[in-house]
Design a protein around this ligand. Sequence first.
Ligand code: PLP
Length: 369
Amino acid sequence: MSQPFVPPLDLQSLLSPHREAIAAAVAEVIDSCHYVLGPKVEAFEEAFAAYSESAHCIGVNSGTSALHLATRLLDIGPGDEVITTPYTFASSAWCASYQGATPVFVDIDPATFCIDPAAVEAAVTPRTKAIVAVHLYGHPCEMDALKAICQKHDLALIEDAAQAHGARYKGKRVGAIGDMGCFSFYPTKNLPCAGEGGALTTDCDKLAARGRSLRNHGSTVRYFHEEVGYNYRMEAIQGAVLGVLLPNLEGWTEARRRLAHRYHELLDGLPLQLPREAEGCESVYHLYTVLAPERDKLIATLKEQGVGTSNHYPRAMHLQPCYADLGYKEGSLPAAERAAREAVNLPMFPTMTLEQQDTVCAALRAYFG
Ligand SMILES: Cc1ncc(COP(=O)(O)O)c(C=O)c1O
C-alpha cells in the first residue's frame, strides 16, 4: 500500500489548532474599523521587540519593505555598494538596487549556506556602505567576523532574518546583533501571518523613530511629511494574527530542532550533505536543506514515494538576468552555484509526525540502496 503524501510544509495542521483564536482576533479588528496600524499592530510590535530582544520593532507590510527601509535609513544611494550573498531570496539584493546602489555578491560558506566573512572582507571597497547578512534557512551567519569587518571599515550591518525568527548566535537573537534586523511573516515563514507582513528591529532610537515615519509616508503628523516616504504600514489584521501566533513560536522552534536532530541521526551515512550548526549557532531550521549531486532525479523519485520536496533558489542572484549588467560569470561564486544546483529541502514543519519523517527517511534510504 502506498504511503500518504508528506508535503514539504503543512500550514493547515500548524494553524488549525489556533483557528478560533485567530478568528476572534480578526473579528475584533473588523468590528473596530481600525484596519491599518493601530492597537493590534502596536501590541504585536511590543511583543516581538521583547521576543527578539531588540529595543524597537516596526511592523511593515513585508520583509522586502523592511529590507528597503533599512537601506533607506542608512541613506544608501547611487555609487554605493552593498555586499550580500547570491544564494538567497531576491529581496536581500533588491534593498540595494531600490536605493540605486550596487549589490556586490560574494560566495557562501558551503557548510552553512551563509555569507563567507573572508569573501566579504576581500570585497570591501571605498564605496562599500553596508553588508546584508542573510541567516539562510534559519542558520545564523558568522556575526562576530562580520561585525569586526564592519567596525574596521565603518560599515553598517543589516541582518536579513526573514527565515530566522528566534535563532541565536552566541546566545543573542539574530536581528538584534547588527544595526537592524529585517523579518518576514509571509505564510511559509517560521512565524506566519495571514498574508503579507514584515518587521524591522533595531536598538537605535533615532533609526526607529525615522523608520516609523518612513513606513508611513514620511509622516508623524497626518498630512505633514518630513521626507518622501512609503506606504509600508502593517495591516491591523496581520498584527492581530501575529499577536495570536507569536506565543507559539518558541514551541514550534523546539519541534523544528527536534525534527532536525532526528533527521541528522536517520540520514547519517547517506551520500548527502546534511545541515550542521556552526559553533555557537542555534538554527531554527526554517528548512532542512541537503545537497544531493543528482538533485532532479532524487526529487522525482521522492515524489513517486509520496514525499514532497522544494528547491528555493535554483539560480543564484549573481547569475539572474536582472543583474546581467553586473557582469558576473558562471563559476565565479562556486559554493553558491553548487548550492543552487544541488539543494533539496526535505519536509520540515513543526507539526510533522514521526511517521511522516520516517516515510521521508525510508524513501531516501531506498533511493540510495
Ligand atoms: C531571505 C529572505 N529575505 C527576504 C524575504 C522577503 O520577505 P517578503 O516575502 O515578506 O517580502 C524573504 C521571503 O521570501 C526571504 O526568504
